[in-house]
Design a binder for this molecule. Sequence first.
Ligand SMILES: [Fe+2]
Ligand SMILES: [Fe+2]
Length: 260
Amino acid sequence: MTPASSDDLDGLREATPAAPTLSVAAQTVQQLGGEGSLLVRQRRDHAVLEGLLQAVDRTQGEQQDEALTRLGRLVFPHAYAEETVVWPVLRAVLPDGNALTERNEQEHQDINELWTQLETTPTGAPARAELLERISTLLRQDARDEEDVLLPRLQAALTHEQLRRLGRAWGLVRRTAPTRPHALVSRRPPGNLLSGLPLAALDRSRDALDRTSRATPTLAVACSGTSRALALLAGAIEHLPPLKQGERPSTHLGRTDAAS
Ligand SMILES: [Fe+2]
Ligand SMILES: [Fe+2]
């Protein structure tokens, strides 16, 4: 979860910008830098995302809860690794990188806030369908913005080798990142970097408990109770001031419409 060192960034700045501004969706694996490239890994995850969104759409009850757990385990680590590893590089190599990444971080923040609401909305409540619809729309929009705008801009600034190195770093962080929404935490380092380890441990424990609860009815009460206790602990950790370091007003929970 360590951000790129200044030496790494100097190396990136020296990269000769290439031409492509074509959407990542329209390019071959070779054009994108090979199998390990960040762009190929991103596109692959976005395709899995689409499949999981459709699974959430066609299921109900416990099956939908399971599909949502799988969706969260894809979406939140994916976004966390973008915020901590990829967007800092994009800001370092592009003059308009700050504005570009801030818009994407706002989308991530909106998804975190809506999903937090979803977690406290009972199954069958009318508001649940609307929340799911808004989350799905935002997730698809986020993937499109990245494949059509942010990632092609990054591609134009980095070499294939640099894209593969960035892909490895993003993939490593993604494997150990939080799997649930944390709307109070900064969407930028250093706050989100500091939050990663404790929140990932709690989130992944809750995922396991919730799955056990669904699969083994005799353990449901005990597992649900422990999961709720871990959720309270995660909520308390989110309030720690160091985890807000680096936060922009536009991604602050409770921001005004004007600020966002
Ligand atoms: Fe992405
Ligand atoms: Fe994203």
